[in-house]
Design a protein around this ligand. Structure first.
Ligand code: UDP
Length: 248
C-alpha cells in the first residue's frame, strides 16, 4: 500500500480496471495438473501474470523422527519466491514474508486434510513462485490444492483462494500488481468447498461496511476459482480415463 494512491488512475471512463477487468472479475487462470513426475502430485498454475508450481510429497515417514505425531500426519508447507520472479531480484532463501505465508497457507489446509489416516507421516507441500504479479499466496494455495488431489491425499474438499481489495475508493476482486502497490487495502482469503474460511489476512484499511462488502465479493471469487479447479481436475482425470463414470 502506498501513500501516493491519489495520483494513480485505477478505472477508465467505463469503470473498467487498468487491465480491462470489471471490479468483480478475476484474472484468467490456466491450470495443468501432474507436471512433475518425481512428486506424488503436482500442479502448474497461471493466474494473470502469476506463474506458480506446486509439488506434493507424501504421505511418507516424517523426518526428523522427533517431528512425528503418534495419531496423525504432520503437514508442512513451503512457499518460496524465485529470485527471478520479481522485477528487483528477490533475495534467495526464507524471509519473514515467506515464513509467514508458509505458516498461514499450511493452516489454510489443515482443516481439510484427513491427517489422522497417516500417523507418524509427513505431507509436504512445496510451492515455487516463478513469476509474481500480486496474488501469489492465493495462486499458490489454488495450485497446492490441486497438487494434493493429484497426490491422492485424502481431503474433505478443495481449498480455493482469492484476494479482494480497495482501489480508488472501490472494492475490487483479485488485485493486480499496480492495484496491490497503490491501492488502499488487500485482503486475501482461502475457503473450503463448504464455505468455511481457513485464511484471512488484511493489509491496509477498510471500514466495517467495506469489509462486509469485500468478504461477500471475495467469497464469490473463491467460488469462481473452485469451478476452474474442478474443471481442471475433470480435464486431467477424465483424460486419464479414471473419471469415466463421473463424466457420463
Ligand atoms: N513482491 C516483490 N518482491 C517481494 C515480495 C513481493 O516484487 O519480495 C511483489 C510480487 O509481485 C507480489 C506482490 O509484490 O506478488 C504482492 O506481494 P504480497 O506480499 O502482497 O503477496 P501476494 O499478493 O503475492 O500474495
Amino acid at each position: 500500500m502506498s501513500s501516493n494512491q491519489n495520483d494513480v488512475v485505477f478505472f477508465d471512463e467505463n469503470g473498467l480496471r487498468t487491465d480491462g477487468r470489471k471490479p468483480d472479475e478475476i484474472r484468467p487462470m490456466k491450470i495443468k495438473i501432474g507436471v512433475l513426475s518425481r512428486a506424488n502430485g503436482s500442479c502448474y498454475l497461471e493466474w494473470g501474470a502469476n506463474k506458480v508450481l506446486a509439488a506434493v510429497y507424501g504421505p511418507r515417514e516424517a523426518h526428523p523422527k522427533r517431528t512425528q505425531r503418534a495419531g496423525q500426519a504432520i503437514i508442512r508447507y513451503r512457499y518460496n519466491m524465485q529470485s527471478f520472479s520479481v522485477e528487483d531480484r528477490a533475495r534467495p532463501g526464507p524471509s519473514r514474508r515467506s515464513s509467514e505465508i508458509s505458516k498461514v497457507s499450511r493452516e489454510a489446509f489443515e482443516p481439510v486434510i484427513i491427517s489422522d489416516a497417516y500417523p507418524k507421516a509427513a505431507i509436504d507441500i512445496f510451492v515455487e513462485v516463478l513469476q509474481a504479479d500480486a496474488g501469489t499466496r492465493t495462486a499458490a494455495i489454488n495450485a497446492a490444492s490441486l497438487a494434493l488431489v493429484d497426490a491422492g491425499i485424502p481431503i474433505r474438499g478443495l481449498v480455493s483462494a482469492c484476494a479482494v481489495g480497495k482501489v480508488g475508493g472501490k472494492i475490487v476482486l483479485d488485485l493486480n500488481k499496480p492495484e496491490d502497490n497503490y491501492g488502499e487495502a488487500d485482503l486475501p482469503i482461502a475457503m473450503t468447498e463448504d464455505g468455511k474460511i481457513t485464511l484471512v489476512q488484511m493489509d491496509g484499511h477498510l471500514s466495517p461496511s467495506e469489509f462486509e462488502e469485500a468478504m461477500a465479493l471475495v467469497q464469490k471469487g473463491c467460488r469462481q476459482v473452485l469451478e476452474i479447479q474442478k474443471a481442471a481436475l475433470m480435464e486431467k482425470f477424465a483424460a486419464d480415463g479414471n473419471f469415466d463414470e463421473v463424466v457420463e
